[in-house]
Design a protein around this ligand. Structure first.
Ligand SMILES: Cc1cc2nc3c(=O)[nH]c(=O)nc-3n(C[C@H](O)[C@H](O)[C@H](O)COP(=O)(O)OP(=O)(O)OC[C@H]3O[C@@H](n4cnc5c(N)ncnc54)[C@H](O)[C@@H]3O)c2cc1C
Length: 494
């Protein structure tokens, strides 16, 4: 890498810090539109929080990886626009790939098996009656709830930016069991409290799930699309620098002009950061380059929660579904319930989401019949919190009750939590942050107009990923942001 200081002599048009889904989307789209791009990541491969690990013949996900919506997604648009459909295959499994385990108030377990794309068929409705005790009236109300969202225009959805999801859902008068199912799903989609989650984000994603299903996977691992985007950047004359940490964003004459890494300097006309708004503004640039009120606003932004869990490798098919949510009426989380958990008061069943990647793609395992899976619970984003270890312990007890064969078929376990998420992705910058599973919490005040603008007040510096510029759940939001930021950067450079 060059060590130059002449701002007119940029090495690249665009330097992107971070190859998470936000970063790779912007990098690849800018490269596709003729820009020379440097994409830099501190880890060995692209994918950020959804990197696919390659270990001892198995491929599995670093953290979680299920795409929502399954069809008609921003991922499909990205693959189409880049023309990389021959190297990545987006998978949508058929059949009953979801198994919901619900503990009713009287105890025991009831299980609902359903397809990843629900159709409202008689069979599905019968399942809701059996598992959640739903009456015909309850099902009619549930139907009204989903129909209301399907009928909403994008403007009507945006108008819900200032409404909390509980305030939006409550007037539909849903029964306790169906409410538990919806709130648990929202916790899993947004990793945030349902009372303060913005109803706009909730309605958008639930609508997309009804129309496009839940549970897209990418053959070879969820990170495959990110890896293909990074390759695409190099094929178009750019560079993908792995194992390279950006230490500082260079500012000259009031403008971002490049980055200093642990291996040298990369200069560019535009700097796009996927490293998170707080690490970017407060650490990589430094507050002195921004207006004081912007810095104060950035310091006060609230992270999503973290996810703690265990990655498993089994020598048998322990789970018989790809997606397995496990909950009771006590499991879904609003601000009060989460605070109680932080204070050590746990529900009978902590909210659990099991992803079984090899049910999506059996080619992930080294031997036929083996399985890779990930058990996940929802915890504090503070890398120093001990909440994750306790939540995982409790989750394992529940999952082993439902699937006792786990014990004899486990050949490897890898526990993780907020500290690992922070180490692998974003630096802890403000106290209690770093391990967020998504990015900024999509709560009222932090979505739509309240979300940081991808164009920062420092000319030449943009934010991309789940902190700015997108809507939706997890990786879908990151890719949505990547599209918007690529448009902005290309426009600004032309
Ligand atoms: C356990 C878990 C389960 C999840 N499950 C799902 C799921 O099933 N479906 C879903 O859609 N989403 C899921 N998510 C959320 C999803 O992973 C994130 O929302 C999304 O991946 C965030 O993308 P991003 O582009 O914002 O940034 P990130 O993925 O955080 O990427 C940021 C990148 O920047 C790099 N970086 C940071 N600082 C520097 C630096 N100084 N120098 C160089 N590189 C740097 C990091 O290494 C990283 O690669 C899950 C998350 C977790 C943790």
């Amino acid at each position: 890498m060059a060590h130059r200081t002449d701002p007119d002599d940029a090495d690249f048009d665009v330097v992107v810090i971070g190859a998470g889904y936000g970063g790779v989307t912007t990098a690849a789209l800018c490269a596709h539109r003729g820009k020379r791009v440097a994409l830099i990541d501190k880890t060995p491969r692209a994918g950020g929080k959804t990197q696919t690990l390659h270990r001892k013949g198995y491929r599995y996900e670093m953290f979680g990886a299920v795409g929502i919506p399954a069809v008609g997604s921003r991922f499909h648009e990205l693959v189409d626009e880049l023309g990389i459909g021959d190297r990545v295959e987006l998978l949508v499994p058929e059949g009953e790939q979801a198994a919901v385990h619900y503990r009713p108030p009287e105890g025991g377990w009831r299980t609902l098996r359903s397809p990843l794309r629900q159709t409202g068929s008689e069979e599905e409705l019968a399942g809701l009656r059996r598992v959640f005790g739903a009456t015909d009236e309850d099902l009619a109300r549930l139907g009204e709830f989903y129909l209301a969202m399907i009928a909403m225009s994008d403007e009507e959805i945006t108008a819900l930016d200032e409404v909390g999801a509980v305030d939006f859902v409550t007037p539909f008068g849903l029964s306790t069991g169906l409410t538990s199912q919806i709130y648990s799903t929202l916790n899993m989609l947004f990793v945030a409290p349902v009372d303060r989650l913005a109803a706009s984000e909730a309605a958008l994603v639930l609508r997309n799930m009804v129309l496009g299903g839940a549970g897209r996977f990418h053959r070879g691992g969820y990170g495959q699309v990110a890896e293909a985007c990074a390759e695409f950047v190099e094929e178009r004359g750019g560079r993908f620098l792995t194992g390279t940490r950006v230490q500082r964003i260079l500012v000259e004459d009031g403008r971002a002009v490049g980055v200093e890494t642990d291996k040298g300097v990369v200069r560019a006309a535009a700097v796009v950061s996927n490293a998170g708004v707080q690490p970017t503004v407060l650490r990589l640039v430094g507050g002195e380059s921004f207006p004081a009120e912007y810095v104060e606003h950035v310091k006060g932004l609230e992270p999503s929660w973290a996810i703690a869990g265990v990655r498993y490798v089994f020598d048998a098919r322990v789970f018989d579904a790809a997606l397995i949510p496990i909950f009771s009426d006590q499991s879904w989380l609003d601000s009060d319930r989460f605070a109680a958990m932080e204070a050590g008061e746990w529900p009978d069943v902590p909210l659990i989401a099991v992803d079984v990647a090899s049910e999506f793609d059996p080619g992930l395992v080294a031997e036929a019949g083996h399985q890779v899976a990930n058990i996940q619970v929802f915890v504090s984003p503070d890398p120093d919190s001990d909440m994750g270890a306790e939540a995982v312990r409790r989750a394992r007890v529940v999952v082993e009750e439902l699937y006792p064969e786990i014990r004899e078929h486990t050949i490897r376990t890898e526990p993780y939590g907020a500290r690992q998420i922070s180490r692998m992705t974003r630096d802890a910058t403000m106290p209690g942050t770093g391990g967020e599973a998504v990015g900024l919490a999509q709560v009222v005040g932090q979505v739509g107009r309240g979300k940081p603008d991808p164009r920062t007040p420092l000319p030449g510096l943009y934010l991309v990923g789940c902190d700015a510029g997108g809507r939706g759940s997890g990786t879908h939001q990151a890719v949505d942001s990547g599209f918007h930021v690529a448009d902005m950067v290309v426009d600004d450079l032309s």
